[in-house]
Structure formats: C-alpha cells, structure tokens
Design a protein around this ligand. Structure first.
Ligand SMILES: [Fe+2]
Length: 166
C-alpha cells in the first residue's frame, strides 16, 4: 500500500517492505504545480478563441505567433516542474496499475512538447492570407489542445487515485 506523509515540502511516500520498485506520484507537489499554473491557463484562454475560426486567426496572426511561442516556453517549464517534483522514480508502491498509468502520462510530455514546438515553428512560416494554410495550422493546434487537456485530466485523476490508494 502507498502511504503519503504530507509535509510542507509535499507528500513523501513511505516505503512498504513488501512493495515493488516502480514509478509513483508526489500528489501534493503535482497538485501544487497544477494549481499555480495561472500563466499556462491564461495563454490557453487567449489562444483558444483566436483559433476557433480561420478568419479570426488570420486577423490575429502576429499575436498568434507570439502566443504560441509563449505557450511553448511555458510548457517547457510546466513539464520540467512536473518531472522534477511531481513524479518519483523508484518509489515503492504496490499498485502496478497506477504505476503503469503514471509512466504513460509522464512519457506523454515529450510528444506533447514536440507538438507545441513544431506548431510554434510552423505558425511563423504560414501566410495568413492563405486560407488552407491557416486552416491546417488551427486544426493542428486544436488536436494539440485536446491531447493536452486529456493529459491534464489524466494527471488529475492519477493524483486522486494515488491519494485514494493510501
Ligand atoms: Fe504532465
């Protein structure tokens, strides 16, 4: 069984001698990271309405270029913080299922970051007066946004499941 000792530094799993070495989640830290990520939320709230329609996107193209660069940088920080403080390597837990889910979610960071990095590069190469290029870009952003939202929901569920497992 996974036990968390909550301190001002976050939650620390207590070793269980019968458990197996695997990946666990520092639920308190992971939650703090998510709660404090106002900048990320603000960026997504700015980008999403702009990319809902092609003409709106075309009218805000220079702004969109800056916002996608900002989102790329913010996500680099976001994923680094989560990986540095939110997940444990070699923690000792008994639930193989939660460990597998944690490993899968952590491994999604690299592909999500590659997607936003490519989008931030591509947006500056698109001619905003070429509807098909604009459409392609905003469709790719929408796919990225959905994948990122599913990832975030998965991590929130993982936090609750880990705390529940105590
Ligand atoms: Fe994450």
């Amino acid at each position: 069984m996974l036990r968390f000792e909550i301190s001002s530094q976050g939650a620390t799993p207590s070793p269980d001698k019968t458990g197996t070495r695997t990946l666990a989640v520092n639920a308190a830290f992971l939650k703090d990271i998510k709660d404090d990520n106002q900048d990320l939320k603000k960026l997504l709230d700015q980008i999403t309405p702009i990319t809902r329609h092609r003409q709106t996107a075309a009218n805000h193209w220079p702004e969109l270029i800056a916002l996608l660069s900002g989102l790329r940088d913010q996500l680099a920080l976001h994923f680094s913080l989560e990986e540095a403080y939110g997940y444990f390597d070699d923690a000792i837990i008994s639930s193989a299922e939660l460990s597998t889910t944690a490993e899968k979610l952590r491994s999604e960071h690299s592909s999500l970051f590659a997607s936003i990095r490519d989008l931030a590069d591509q947006v500056s190469e698109v001619c905003s007066d070429r509807p098909e290029q604009v459409n392609r870009l905003i469709k790719r952003f929408d796919q990225f946004r959905r994948a990122f939202e599913m990832h975030e929901e998965g991590e929130l569920k993982l936090i609750l499941d880990f705390l529940d497992d105590d």
